[in-house]
Design a protein around this ligand. Sequence first.
Ligand SMILES: [Zn+2]
Length: 258
Amino acid sequence: MSTKEAVEARYAEICDALGIASRPTLKLVPELEQFSRRLAGVYVARHHTLTLPASDEPNDFVIVHELCHSVAARTIGYRGSHGAPYLALLHLACLHYFPSYNGTIIELTVSGEWPLLVPRRWREREIEAARQVANLVQTECEGAERPSIESLAERVKHYFPERVDGHMSMLGRWRDRAMTQKGVWMGYWCVFATALTLILTYCARWLPSASFRGELIVRVSCFWAGSVTCVLMISAVQNLLNKVGDAKRRLRGIFKRS
Ligand SMILES: [Zn+2]
């Protein structure tokens, strides 16, 4: 069996085991990157697709991680990324489907997926909320047959009325994504810098002093160019680190064979 067939077969098995009624379309691609950051998998709610790298061996945790994004978006109505509703669902899915699960997926996901700059207070609040809700749902499910992931999601949804579709403002959704998903802030920062530059340049026409107007436009243009350059540089460094990592792996493979 090829790696691609093995991933497809494992994906189908896990969807059946979790009881997912509407499974995302599986897409296998040669490489998966976002802002030069290597990704193990990605779920896109708009197209209801789950993309995995075709070259990697099937990884149950990656598949369950991405399927939880799908169920969180469709059943809970949570449009953020790795915030408390998602973390509670992921923890419950691991509890019910991985007998050897050691109970640390919430902390591992926050440390692995969130940007480093997010304040500790925010991290602790989300971890605590996810743990509390997961414990409540777990108590509700005691004695029941192994529940489907969608029924777990329905219960999680009940505890996060303010985080679901229709109750979360667009600003709240953007903030959630920027705080709980690495790399997203770079895209937001470019959009923000461009919008601010255009607004200030447009408003400069009402300034009475021509020299001050010229100076403002120069400063604003420098701010925009600096912002975009920073994002490009971070992306380039990340890309370089990926290439160094690939080269190291290849070298290790050569020495192992010889
Ligand atoms: Zn994720």
